[in-house]
Design a protein around this ligand. Structure first.
Ligand SMILES: NC(=O)C1=CN([C@@H]2O[C@H](COP(=O)(O)OP(=O)(O)OC[C@H]3O[C@@H](n4cnc5c(N)ncnc54)[C@H](OP(=O)(O)O)[C@@H]3O)[C@@H](O)[C@H]2O)[C@@H](O)CC1
Ligand SMILES: Nc1ncnc2c1ncn2[C@@H]1O[C@H](COP(=O)(O)OP(=O)(O)O)[C@@H](O)[C@H]1O
Ligand SMILES: [K+]
Length: 489
């Protein structure tokens, strides 16, 4: 599990650790890791041209000390000081003593740089970049240099991933002691590039429950349902899918395609798309009539492509005593009070536009503040919420469990119908017994991985159906299974 901690928590852990260490020890650890990462990116340090953008806080200090280390290895290092009279004194002195200098012309230095260290602001930054920092950040981005953000890209909000104004766009980020939530959540995540974590000894002073977390392959492999020796299709769980309409029959097929790959023992489709479903997937069970008369299921997925006239079906499903996933049209048709008072778990899966409608705000507000939006929705509906989009987030109601950020997305998923596949898949995981937060985050992970695999295979834009078809490869990938039958030699 990748874990991330808010600034307040990081600062508390830092204070505990600093009390036991000589002054400056943490900054030296951070700078050593940063310089090593830069050396790796440069390949050859000797003769490289490095520019350090240094604000007046400790973030600038880290960057200046790292610049000094690179200067001692033969790099030509020039510092651009945003507040010359308040630059970190120790860091600046070390840089100058190591052969570095203060740039005469910042823009000339940036234009010729091989590598730029962004030490303008770290966890102490507030709001987007200030006016004096903006042209420097733009010049860094406009050069051919590799731009490395120190701790986080300057101008991004460490705790939320929001960017209020302008922020630096980095090619890579080197962060210290712990990931900050913003590094895993767009739009900040998108500004960070690949993130490397440098341990500085903070780990044992951090609480066991993080503020945000992200699954990794091993976590997904552990959470994925696996049939036991005594399993039968009912014990593995039956997922009911209520999707599609005369107008959108494809949504039924795509939701069932996802559901067949989620680990439930059987998929029961209920709705007007039965003929299309059975033609494509003869292994599914299909039924007309209302969901309440369709026979026992262990979870429902309701909503994709339902159209306008399916309020009764949504009400019927929400009246059941099993976990329910509500997506797409189902989100428009649901009664909020019914969701709030359900005894069984509910998982809502809106995209930003649907989330905006549920919250009564604009889509832009949701997209710029994803973390706050998903938490607010979970609190208002007393339900688990999976907010789809560039960073998919899953929040359970209450504060006990950290929000999960999906690290496995790809913009290739922005294709019609891919959300229907996710609904079916995640509903199936619910039916197989995963709790709503696990089902949502495992579903999003496999869905994103399947899309990446499909896109890599084809090298062309992918379709929702190809995402569904790649789900078995995604499951094999997380379980690290090669094409060998266990027990057969
Ligand atoms: N905690 C840890 O465990 C460790 C922390 N370490 C490091 O310390 C960093 C935190 O340092 P920090 O607290 O000194 O704050 P920092 O990020 O340098 O920002 C403050 C400066 O930014 C300025 N400024 C503010 N907003 C701005 C804006 N929008 N646009 C432009 N400027 C803006 C603000 O200006 P002022 O308001 O004072 O005028 C002030 O000068 C942390 O990220 C990590 O790198 C490591 O060394 C080791 C372990
Ligand atoms: N820019 C993006 N980057 C990554 N994933 C995206 C992006 N845009 C959309 N997605 C993903 O694509 C899927 C689209 O689902 P949805 O919005 O319900 O579309 P549809 O209704 O067409 O199926 C979701 O899994 C969402 O997270
Ligand atoms: K920075």
């Amino acid at each position: 599990m990748r874990t991330a901690y808010c600034v307040e928590t990081v600062r508390a852990a830092e204070a505990e650790l600093m009390a036991r260490l000589p002054g400056g020890a943490l900054m030296h650890r951070a700078a050593a890791g940063l310089a090593a990462a830069c050396a790796g990116l440069l390949g050859r340090v000797y003769g490289a041209r490095v520019v350090v953008l240094a604000g007046s806080g400790d973030n600038g200090g880290d960057a200046l000390y790292a610049g000094a280390r690179l200067a001692r290895r033969g790099a030509g290092v020039a510092a651009v000081l945003l507040a010359p009279d308040r630059a970190h004194p120790g860091g600046l002195a070390d840089l100058l003593a190591s052969g570095g200098r203060v740039a005469d012309d910042p823009f000339e230095a940036l234009a010729a740089a091989d590598l730029v260290l962004d030490g303008i602001t770290g966890i102490g930054g507030k709001g987007g970049l200030r006016a004096d920092a903006v042209p420097l950040a733009r010049a860094a981005r406009g050069s051919n240099a590799v731009v490395v953000a120190v701790d986080l890209p300057s101008g991004t909000e460490a705790d939320t991933g929001e960017v209020r104004g302008e922020a630096l766009r980095a090619d890579a980020t080197v962060t210290f002691g712990a990931y900050k939530p913003g590094l895993l959540v767009d739009p900040a995540h998108d500004h960070a590039g690949p993130v490397r974590l440098v341990p500085i000894g903070l780990e044992e002073h951090l609480p066991s429950v993080p503020d945000l977390e992200a699954l990794q392959h091993g976590d997904v492999a552990r959470l994925l349902p696996h049939p036991a020796a005594e399993s039968d299709k009912y014990r593995r769980g039956v997922v009911g899918v209520v999707a599609g309409s005369a107008r959108y029959p494809g949504a039924a097929v795509l939701a069932v395609a996802g559901a067949l790959r989620g680990g439930a023992g059987a998929v029961r489709y209920v709705g007007p798309g039965a003929d299309a479903v059975i033609a494509r997937f003869p292994e599914s069970l299909v039924q007309g009539g209302p969901p309440s008369k369709a026979g026992r299921v262990q979870a429902w997925a309701v909503g994709p492509g339902l159209g306008e006239d399916a309020e009764g079906a949504v009400r019927d499903v929400l009246a059941s005593d099993v976990p329910v996933l509500v997506d797409a049209d189902g989100l428009r048709l649901l009664d909020p009070q019914t969701v709030r008072t359900r005894a069984a778990p509910t998982l809502l899966t809106p995209h930003a536009g649907e989330a905006a409608a549920l919250l009564g705000v604009s889509r832009e507000e949701v997209e710029s503040a994803r973390l706050a939006s998903v938490r607010e929705l979970a609190a208002r509906f007393g339900a688990t919420v999976l907010l789809k989009g560039s960073t998919t987030l899953v929040a359970a109601p209450g504060d006990a469990a950290p929000v999960r950020a999906n690290p496995m997305g790809t913009p290739w998923l922005a294709t019609a119908g891919s959300g229907d596949v996710l609904s079916g898949l995640t509903g199936s995981l619910l039916a197989a017994g995963l709790d709503a937060r696990d089902a949502g985050s495992v579903g999003a992970y496999l869905h994103g991985l399947a899309a990446r695999l499909a896109a890599a295979r084809g090298g062309t834009p992918i379709t929702a159906q190809e995402v569904a078809d790649a789900l078995p490869s995604a499951c094999r990938d997380v379980r690290n299974i090669r094409d060998v039958v266990p027990g057969v030699s």
